[in-house]
Write a protein that binds this ligand. Structure first.
Ligand SMILES: *Cc1c(COP(=O)(O)O)cnc(C)c1O
Length: 412
């Protein structure tokens, strides 16, 4: 992202004290955690909320008359409102709790089974995570709809002129990620949404990789669906949300049947509960939902503008240092990107670099990052991916760059 370099309003040393895991050692070395795009770390403030839930008011929600159940229900519904406010959804019941982004996408893909006809078209992008490809392929198999793909260029940006050519009155759905997890590219989502709406198509944005860095405003974007995971934004694993415009959520059929999602049940006919409960069958991750709310509070207390500006500094610093290593190529050089650096050195296998620097206490991701079409585009098996968060430092980047140099010397 382009951010004016202003004085930083971020006190990294005190932030780091909030994260107990950052003071541990790995293989005898201080941990350098650069795998934030896979999952972020959890501050004590969120851990405390989890401990407090199980210590004081663990109970099933929505059904009980007793005090604990009411306390748990209140906290869970307050978390929903926090999430609504964070993403600026118009109504709390447009926020559906899910097990994460993957679950949210599958909920929509499943719902469209009855809304799509043979010959209609769905557009996805080359930059997608597998969780944003496979559910649509399955949907096409069920309905006879066709999947079209927006190609990308060498910088890891979508070819928007090709997107224009794919759009037609046959297009019913467009699915792209807001930010690519493999390359960090920030996609021109506003333009995509406007163009898709112009032909009458709905848009789902996979916000998993954007939400930790960019505060999306779903009303301003005018997006139809937005999916995120808590664990990439300082919250726990296994919980996330689907934002959906009310009119769409009304149209979609329920995803799973069970308790919580019904109004009345007889063997002749079951009627469904109102939103959001229609999509929330069974006992959810109550504690996880509450902790997600606490994670948003934590990140908002630092401020998303501060986070974006600081991470951008880390990105520029690391890019410059890495580029000094001979033979190193960075994949994904969009002008708009989050703090993700995907790279290879010559033909050294990314896995070998990852393994060596793990011995030095440095955590990065290696492989195809659940985005094989991107790797195929570059004709590589995978990359080394370093992804930064607001609690990382330039000193850690120095340690990492030295580690990469050492790995290169050992392997070439
Ligand atoms: C992590 C990620 C997902 C999957 O999220 P889960 O929490 O595993 O469901 C989907 N899309 C993108 C872009 C991601 O980064």
């Amino acid at each position: 992202m382009k951010v004016a370099s202003t004085k930083l309003n971020i006190d990294v040393e005190s932030i780091r004290k909030d994260f107990p895991i950052l003071s541990r050692q790995v293989n005898g070395k201080p941990l350098v955690y650069f795998d934030n795009a896979a999952t972020s770390q959890t501050p004590q403030q969120v851990i405390d909320v989890i401990v407090d839930y199980y210590s004081r008011y663990n109970a099933n929600i929505h059904r009980g008359v007793h005090t604990l159940s009411q306390e748990a229900t209140d906290a869970y519904e307050q978390a929903r409102i926090k999430i609504q406010e964070h993403f600026n959804a118009a109504k709390p019941h447009e926020i559906i709790f899910t097990a994460g982004t993957t679950h949210a996408i599958n909920l929509v893909a499943s719902g469209f089974t009855t809304l799509l006809k043979e010959g209609e078209e769905i557009i996805v992008s080359t930059l997608e995570h597998h969780s944003n490809i496979v559910p649509w392929q399955m949907l096409c198999e069920r309905t006879g709809a066709k999947l079209k793909v927006i190609p990308m260029n060498d910088n890891g940006m979508l070819k928007m002129d090709e997107f224009d050519k794919l759009l037609s009155e046959k297009t019913k759905l467009v699915f792209v990620n807001h930010v690519s997890n493999a390359l960090g590219t920030v996609n021109p989502v506003k333009e995509i949404i406007e163009k898709a709406h112009a032909v009458g198509a709905a848009v789902l944005l996979d916000g998993a990789q954007a939400a930790p860095h960019i505060k999306a405003d779903v009303q301003e974007l005018d997006v139809d669906f937005y999916a995120v995971s808590a664990h990439k934004m300082c919250g726990p694993t296994g919980v996330g949300v689907l934002y959906g415009k009310e009119e769409w959520l009304q149209k979609l059929p329920p995803y799973q049947g069970g308790g919580e999602m019904i109004a009345t049940v007889t063997f002749e006919k079951t009627t469904y509960a109102d939103l959001p409960h229609k999509f929330e069958a069974g006992t959810p991750d109550i504690c996880g939902g509450i902790a997600f709310g606490a994670a948003l509070d934590y990140m908002n207390s630092i401020g998303f503008n501060n986070i974006a500006a600081y991470e951008h500094e880390l990105l520029e610093y690391a890019t410059e240092k890495l580029m000094q290593i001979e033979g190193l190529r960075i994949y994904g050089t969009s002008t708009e990107k989050t703090a993700v650096i995907s790279f290879n050195i010559g033909d050294i296998h990314p896995y070998d670099i990852g393994t060596i620097i793990d011995k030095l206490g440095i955590a990065v991701r290696t492989g195809h990052h659940c985005a094989q079409p991107v790797m195929d585009y570059y004709n590589i098996p995978g990359t080394v991916r370093a992804s930064f968060a607001f609690y990382n430092t330039k000193e850690e980047i120095d340690i990492f760059v030295e580690g990469v140099k050492r790995a290169k010397n050992m392997l070439s």
